[in-house]
Design a protein around this ligand. Sequence first.
Ligand code: NAP
Length: 251
Amino acid sequence: MRIGTLGAGMMTEALAGQWSRAGHEVLVGGRSPDKAAVLAKRIGAGAGTLAEAAEFGDAVLLAVRHEGLADTLEQAGAAGGALGGKTVIDCGNAVDVSDFSLVTWEGKSLAEQAQHFTPGSHVVKAFNLCHAKVWQMTPPVFDGRPLAVPFAGDDKGKETARLLIADLGCDPLDAGDLRQARHLEAMAGHGDRDHPATVRRLRPLLGLRIRQSWADRPALHVQVSLPAVTDGTATRQWAWKPCWCTSTRAA
Ligand SMILES: NC(=O)c1ccc[n+]([C@@H]2O[C@H](COP(=O)([O-])OP(=O)(O)OC[C@H]3O[C@@H](n4cnc5c(N)ncnc54)[C@H](OP(=O)(O)O)[C@@H]3O)[C@@H](O)[C@H]2O)c1
């Protein structure tokens, strides 16, 4: 598959790096061509402008800070239909990094905003729940179980997303249509201005052992492990394992 990236940061390096190693053709698109070229070289990809990456990809990874969403899509030519018919994988988290509170647009998600700016494309929300370092694991397996990756979008977009999730060695977990992105994004925002979400605050809620040195770090990234189907019935147990903790418990 040909994959273009809109963004040349940590998430692009992690995800597009995996896809490049899996044999896909990748073109890294950044607002700074020099930065895109440096990253592209590291992951064995080509580099170009945002518009070139949009044009190149059958699928496009949207990996920018939420403040840059509108500008990035404008430079990619989205309003003119440059992403029409393509799958756009949005891995973004719309959080205010000063306190890790969630940013929404009248209750709508970042992914729905991306869909709004890209008429005719198939936006899928995926990969927003783990730190970039998790996406660099080969493969992301915890306690012997592959990481389950929830994704949300329309059927055509999800067909592509399913393949790209599997390329990382992860288990695709269909979370429904794009409205469900609101929930996936909400899982990444835990705080408010007076109560910033730190690892220390979340520990009792999740019943986790943590490294003390991580206790006051922001608890942004929560990783969803494979839902264990225990006895052949539909019962599923979710094991939550934020990337900063040392053990899990089934919730
Ligand atoms: N890093 C993680 O572990 C992680 C995990 C899950 C989800 N996410 C989400 O994934 C998205 C990408 O994260 P990342 O870590 O790859 O970010 P990043 O390394 O900080 O940068 C990603 C890209 O965003 C661009 N950008 C930043 N501010 C911009 C602005 N105001 N206007 C236009 N472009 C802008 C950067 O361009 P320049 O290089 O030119 O500055 C860069 O190409 C974010 O929404 C983040 O919340 C990140």
